[in-house]
Structures are given as structure tokens and as C-alpha cells.
Design a protein around this ligand. Structure first.
Ligand code: 4AD
Length: 492
């Protein structure tokens, strides 16, 4: 009852408190500070309350005792309430630990926004053992957790590291449109919608736009959302993902070899620009790990992480097929229509891989898990790949033709990068449209690149969520994005 009568006032005779974010407190030790945030943890004892305060930049231990601990609000304080805490910031005594190495001895505080207790308490809403679909509905609350927010913090640092790596490579960032009227990766995964009475799509890839930037800006890159209407409920598929794409002009075999040899010891195989840029991926990891805060995040999320050794292993598609067969990795047989063939017991009939087969996700995953380090699969058959990919020269007349294409596979995730050299010949491009049944008229702007001064060039796309899943050792890409979208889910 008495507690209801206690009203706190800030003592104006004390030194003025400096307002600060938690991650900037170190230089303010021994001073009075004012910090705002959420009650992340709460331990209430008879005469003392311990709060772990969270403000998004870090965590701070605060101690309430004496009169500040005797108010009605102190006695009824709940997790996830917002508070303003004012007091002296003290180094924690030797032998004790607290986030940042200091604690706040509160001499005045204010409740800014109470969170409910009892049935509607935060911990009741968010039970970690809940059904995954309930947790997905509550993603906005899950994000307040330490692991989820650390992943997003690492994601921000990763994007910054990539941008730094691109600056070193003299690549310019562009922002490409999401609303498009052309496809890049095949019509099957396009989200279509009505655009002022015309058909339009959500972009699958910014590649074609990046190619148009080469004559105007030189080498370019972008971070843009890509959309895939795939009915894939896998650990690594999202309906919307962040796509980091790069496009590099005037790459040829010799220059590429020169460049790569300067960076790594000896690479002798393929002649394409994506190899140069695979190295840039390592650069981003190095940049990231040089930053103590980012390195700490990686350590926390993925304690055994080691930056991958260079050069990456390279296996051609044909050799990969042989490797799969040597390792007894089979795939489900399909009839002409693509339906699974069943054996006598009604199980999917498993068969060996043959040259020409797609290497499906399951086989690819087994392969990367056995190899246990990053691996480039390259030189895929043209039939399995996109219309714009350049063929390896000198295959005229052969039944199966191969492309200057590559996928970078990472253990635990699988494909994180897809790249290729692009068709740079006008007639070849027109033939490719025809082969794929595409209407060249909507691609007039892309075709113009081959008409007004073509150049040899190549590029790639990297799935940011997949990269992060690898870096932070997450089970699924769904944990690596703010609000994941997958078939049936666009909430919150
Ligand atoms: O291999 P993809 O389809 O290649 C392209 O889109 C090229 N046009 C890129 C380019 O050359 N500029 O996609 C590239 C990468 C994949 O390696 C994967 O990491 C990611 O994008 N990705 C997805 N990530 C999450 N969910 C999905 N549904 C994804 N589809 C592709």
C-alpha cells in the first residue's frame, strides 16, 4: 500500500546525466548516465531488483535498491516494458561479470511503457518450444531474442563488408527495379501481377539490368530483392530473398589468370570472371572478421567458423556426375513427364546420375557435406541453364554443349552463388531467344547491348540469406531474413 504513495523525482543536485546508447557507455564510466530501453531480463529479490536492459545496441545490467526499488511500478515491473534508467555507471567489481563490464546503479527511473504480466506476459506469448508456424506468426517478438537479433546484426555487418570489398574492386552500386516485364531465370518461378492493365512481374534477378550498366558505369553490383514463385518448402528457399549481384566487363582468360595469380597461388582451369569474384567473397569474410564486433558475432553464432582456404576446389559438372556415382549418391528416377518412377515396393526408384541430369538439391547437399568445404561446380550443360549463358568455345556439332557457368556450393547450405559468362554475340543471343521460345520484342533493350558495342562479360548472383546461413551456421535461411516469405507466408 505504501509503495503506491512513493513518487520518484530526479535529484537535481546530482551531476547532469548524459543520455547514451548502451554500446557507447564505456567512455562514460564513473559518470551519471541516462539510458532508455526494454526490460530484457528481470530478477526481483526482497530489497534489490536486477534489470538487464536492452536497447538494440547492447545489454546493460542495472541495479535498483532503496527507494527506487520500493515504488509500485518497481514491484510490478514486467519483462519487455520500456524504461528510462538514470544513475551512476560503475565498473563491475573484480570477479563479477556483466555485459560491457559495467553496471548502472539507478538513482532515478521512469516507466515509459508497461508490458502486460500474467496470462498475456511476454514469456507466455513467446514459448521457444512453440510450433514453428506460431513462432513465424510471432516473428516480430522472436526478433527481440538474442540469437535472432545477433543474426540480423551480423547481416548488417556482412552487407557493409561486401560493399567495402566492392569498393576495392572498383565496382559501382546501382539500384535496380523490382517491377519488371521480362524474365531472367525462366517463366516457371515468376510472380505475375496486373500493372495498370499490363502484365508485369516481380524481378527474379537484376542481371540483365546490370549488364546494361557496363557501358555507362563500368563494373557494377547491386543488392536487390529477388522473387521466386517456387513451391519449395526447403531450408534454403524463400519466395523473396536479398540478391547480391555483380557484373564485370572485359574479362578474358589471360587477364583473369593474371588477376587471380596475383591473389592466390595457382589456378589453372576456367576462364571466367566469376572466379575473380569468388575471391571477393573471401575478401568480404576477411573484412568482416577484422572487425572485432563482427568477429564476436560470428564466434557466438558459429563457434567453429573458419574462413575458407583459397583457392576453392573446382569440379566440372561432368566430373561431379562421376563423383556422385563413385560415392553411391543416386537420384529418384523420373518418367518423360517428370513424374517419379516407383519400384515394386512403392518407393521412389533410385538411379545413378548420368551426364545431362540435373544435380538436384539432395545430391548437391550430400556432395558438399562430404567434401566439407566450398566447392565450385562449373561448366553445366546448356540445357540445364538459363538462356543468356555463353557456351564454352569449340563444341560446335557436339550433342551436349556446356556453358561457362558455375555454382559455388557451401557445406551445410549448398548453392550460394550462381554465375556465368554471358552471350556477347548478337546472332547467338537471337538464337537463344528462339530456342527458349522467348519473344525478343520485350528484350529490345537487352539486345541493344549486343548491338551497340558488345563486350565479353560475366557476373553472378549471391543469395545473402544463404551466405548468412553458412556464415552463422543456421539451419535455415528463414532465420537469416527479417520477415521471411515462403509459400503461404507473407505475415507479419
Ligand atoms: O542461380 P540463380 O537463379 O542465378 C541468377 O538469378 C542469376 N541471374 C544471377 C546472376 O548471374 N546475376 O540465383 C543466384 C543465387 C543462388 O545461388 C542462391 O544463392 C540465391 O540466388 N537464390 C535463392 N535464395 C533463397 N531463396 C531462393 N528461392 C533462391 N533462389 C536463388
Amino acid at each position: 500500500e505504501d509503495s503506491k504513495k512513493i513518487v520518484l523525482t530526479e535529484d537535481s543536485s546530482l551531476p547532469e546525466a548524459k543520455k547514451s546508447k548502451i554500446n557507447r557507455l564505456e567512455s562514460l564510466r564513473t559518470q551519471r548516465v541516462r539510458v532508455m530501453g526494454w526490460v530484457h531480463r528481470l530478477r526481483q529479490q526482497k530489497d534489490i531488483t536486477f534489470i538487464t536492459l536492452r536497447d538494440g545496441t547492447g545489454y546493460l545490467q542495472a541495479v535498483l535498491s532503496g527507494v527506487v526499488n520500493q515504488t509500485y511500478q518497481a514491484l510490478t515491473l514486467t519483462l519487455e516494458s520500456t524504461v528510462e534508467l538514470v544513475g551512476l555507471l560503475q565498473e563491475v567489481p573484480e570477479g563479477k561479470t556483466a555485459p560491457g563490464g559495467h553496471e548502472l546503479v539507478v538513482d532515478y527511473w521512469k516507466l515509459l511503457g508497461a508490458a502486460p504480466g500474467q496470462e498475456d506476459a511476454f514469456t507466455n506469448r513467446l514459448n521457444e518450444k512453440s510450433d514453428p508456424s506460431i513462432l513465424a506468426d510471432l516473428r516480430h517478438l522472436v526478433l527481440r531474442g538474442e540469437t535472432s537479433s545477433n543474426i540480423l546484426r551480423l547481416r548488417a555487418a556482412l552487407l557493409a563488408a561486401f560493399r567495402q570489398a566492392y569498393a576495392k574492386l572498383n565496382c559501382t552500386e546501382v539500384t535496380t527495379p523490382c517491377i519488371v516485364q521480362t524474365m531472367v531465370e525462366g517463366g516457371a518461378t515468376l510472380f505475375k501481377f496486373d500493372y495498370y492493365g499490363q502484365p508485369a512481374f516481380l524481378t527474379q534477378s537484376s542481371q540483365l539490368y546490370l549488364e546494361t550498366c557496363l557501358p555507362s558505369l563500368g563494373d557494377v553490383f547491386c543488392f536487390q530483392e529477388s522473387f521466386r514463385a517456387e513451391n519449395s518448402h526447403t531450408r534454403r528457399h524463400l519466395a523473396e530473398y536479398t540478391h547480391m549481384e555483380g557484373e564485370i566487363g572485359f574479362i578474358n582468360f589471360d587477364q583473369l589468370m593474371d588477376h587471380i595469380e596475383a591473389l592466390v597461388r595457382a589456378i589453372s582451369e576456367t576462364s571466367t570472371s566469376y572466379l575473380k569474384h569468388a575471391i571477393q567473397i573471401c575478401d568480404a569474410v576477411d573484412i568482416l572478421l577484422k572487425d572485432p564486433a563482427s568477429a564476436a558475432l560470428v564466434k557466438q553464432l558459429n563457434p567453429t567458423f573458419e574462413a575458407p582456404a583459397r583457392p576453392f576446389l573446382r569440379i566440372s559438372y561432368v566430373d561431379a556426375i562421376a563423383w556422385l556415382n563413385e560415392h553411391g549418391i543416386k537420384h529418384p528416377a523420373e518418367d518423360e513427364a517428370g513424374n517419379p518412377i516407383l519400384d515394386e515396393s512403392g518407393q521412389a526408384k533410385m538411379v545413378e546420375h548420368a551426364v545431362g541430369d540435373d544435380i538436384a538439391e539432395a545430391a548437391e547437399r550430400q556432395m558438399t557435406d562430404i567434401i566439407g568445404k566450398p566447392v565450385f561446380l562449373h561448366s553445366f550443360p546448356a540445357e540445364l541453364k538459363a538462356f543468356y549463358m555463353k557456351k564454352i568455345p569449340g563444341q560446335e556439332g557436339s550433342k551436349l554443349t556446356f556453358t561457362e557457368s558455375c555454382d559455388l556450393l557451401m557445406p551445410n547450405v549448398g548453392e550460394i552463388v550462381g554465375g556465368s559468362m554471358r552471350i556477347d554475340d548478337f546472332d547467338e543471343l537471337i538464337a537463344a531467344y528462339r530456342r527458349e521460345g522467348m519473344d525478343p520484342t520485350s528484350y529490345y533493350w537487352y539486345t541493344d547491348q549486343r548491338k551497340y558495342g558488345t563486350c565479353p562479360h560475366g557476373g553472378y548472383g549471391l543469395g545473402v540469406e544463404r551466405f548468412l546461413a553458412w556464415l552463422a551456421n543456421r539451419y535455415t535461411v528463414r532465420e537469416c531474413v527479417l520477415y521471411p516469405r515462403w509459400p503461404g507466408r507473407a505475415t507479419p
